[in-house]
Design a protein around this ligand. Structure first.
Ligand SMILES: [Fe+2]
Ligand SMILES: [Fe+2]
Length: 169
């Protein structure tokens, strides 16, 4: 049986994942209105992935006989200065999320809850990818800062991203 402390931490994490989805959706809406349709697509696909992250945690809690807690999801920032600001904020946000995931891994180890530890490891791996892809795009956006033609090229590259279940389901 999962402890109350750990199940609470997982519920909090599910909330953080749904907040991430909401944040990416707000960023996607901003990019869409700014006519960066490809970047909007990339952000929208990211929002879908975050929803899967959140749902997967809720399902895990149910499998473990725990009751997930559904708390308020805070409103995300909706307005941005430019595309560079969006990707810098994403990098910072994903680093923050990695910290939250690592804390859950620490707690699972402390409690010798191997099932939760094993479960959260897929999130540890997922965060490596998320930080890497966001960091790569942020670096490219910074490089092409004052070249709209290059930004539109990046926009069409990011427009090709398609949703893929992060857990392969
Ligand atoms: Fe996530
Ligand atoms: Fe994420």
């Amino acid at each position: 049986m999962i402890s109350e402390k750990l199940s609470g931490a997982l519920s909090d994490q599910a909330n953080a994942e749904f907040y991430s989805a909401y944040l990416y959706l707000a960023m996607s809406a901003y990019a869409d209105n700014a006519e960066f349709k490809g970047i909007a697509n990339w952000l929208y696909v990211q929002a879908l992935e975050e929803q899967v992250h959140g749902t997967h945690i809720i399902k895990h809690l149910l499998e473990r006989g725990a009751s997930p807690v559904f708390a308020d999801i805070k409103a995300p920032q909706a307005s941005y200065g430019n595309i560079a600001e969006i990707f810098d904020k994403i990098v910072a946000h994903e680093k923050h999320v990695t910290g939250l995931i690592n804390k859950i891994a620490d707690l699972a180890l402390e409690e010798k809850d191997h099932a939760t530890y094993n479960f959260i490891l897929s999130y540890v791996s997922e965060q490596i990818e998320e930080e890497a892809s966001a960091g790569e795009i942020a670096a490219r956006v910074r490089l092409i800062k004052d070249r709209p033609d290059q930004l539109y090229h990046l926009d069409s590259v990011l427009g090709a991203r398609q949703f893929k279940d992060p857990f392969g389901g």
